[in-house]
Design a protein around this ligand. Structure first.
Ligand code: ZN
Length: 263
């Protein structure tokens, strides 16, 4: 498994920031490119301190939060977002990229330390349980950033085509999929190479999960993307990238990705 620490990513972001031109945009310049990502810190000084990144397009549009690493034993989403981050340019809307929600668990390649982070929302800052404190910080961040859509990238052991929950699914907790969700699923599946990599919509509400609590507390849309742990890592990363870019397109983000992910 690839090393999940990425000092090169941080270094490249710093270098990008240093190389940014200073001054206003001239009329003859091409309009509507996003600035380089703004780095933001969640849980500053805490054991679970972790970064997320904001890409703000010049044109108004929705905000989409892409998050991964909520379970430390499901690394493909983290790798997908870290591949995407330096290559993504946003022209309309705003994209927040949060690759390592539970950085400590990812570092240890464990699902969690004390309790499952995805069952601790909205969390408690005073709890002795690390995941409850971290959940509270993430909950506050989402309330502050106000995304319209949150996608959480997961992985699962059993493929949905083998009859059980829930690899290659898009999980929703609301009663009925919205038209936008159906459209996004179609766009995602146009990017999917074969039946086994197509995503099926799957209803699986978990009351204290990040998705359900965000929907309840902030009135946004939130879904989980599940890839299949039995596949080689590059295929899982590709599958997450297909899902994420399909959703961005469906929800009105205008963007460009430099290069193609090579499996
Ligand atoms: Zn998971």
């Amino acid at each position: 498994m690839r090393d999940l620490q990425s000092p090169f990513l941080k270094l490249s972001l710093v270098l990008c920031a240093l190389l940014l031109p200073v001054g206003g945009i001239r009329a003859d310049e091409k309009p509507a490119v996003s600035t380089k990502p703004t780095v933001k810190t969640l849980g500053k000084g805490k054991v679970y301190e972790t970064e997320y990144y904001e890409l703000q397009g010049k044109l108004p549009g929705p905000t989409v939060l892409l998050e991964a690493g909520i379970h430390g034993n499901e690394p493909a989403g983290t790798l997908a977002l870290e591949w995407l981050l330096p290559r993504l340019t946003v022209t309309r809307g705003r994209v927040l990229i949060f690759p390592r929600m539970h950085k400590v668990a990812l570092g240890r390649k464990k699902r969690y330390l004390d309790k499952d982070l995805n069952k601790q929302f909205p969390g408690d800052r005073k709890s002795k349980v690390i995941e409850r404190r971290l959940a509270a910080e993430i909950h506050t961040m989402v309330g502050t950033e106000k995304p319209n859509l949150v996608l959480t990238l997961h992985e699962a052991r059993v493929h949905i085509m083998d009859g059980k929950c829930c690899a290659q699914t898009i999980i929703y907790g609301i009663d009925q999929p919205t038209d936008a969700l159906r459209r996004a699923t179609e766009l995602v599946n146009l990017r999917s190479p074969d039946d086994r990599h197509r995503f099926q919509l799957f209803h699986y509400p978990i009351p204290t999960s990040s998705s359900e609590v965000f929907v309840r507390d902030f009135g946004l849309e939130a879904y989980c993307i599940e890839t299949w742990l039995a596949e080689p890592m590059p295929r899982r990363v590709r599958s997450h990238l297909n899902a994420v870019t399909g959703f961005l397109e469906a929800y009105g983000i205008e963007f460009k990705v430099e290069g193609t992910y090579q499996e």
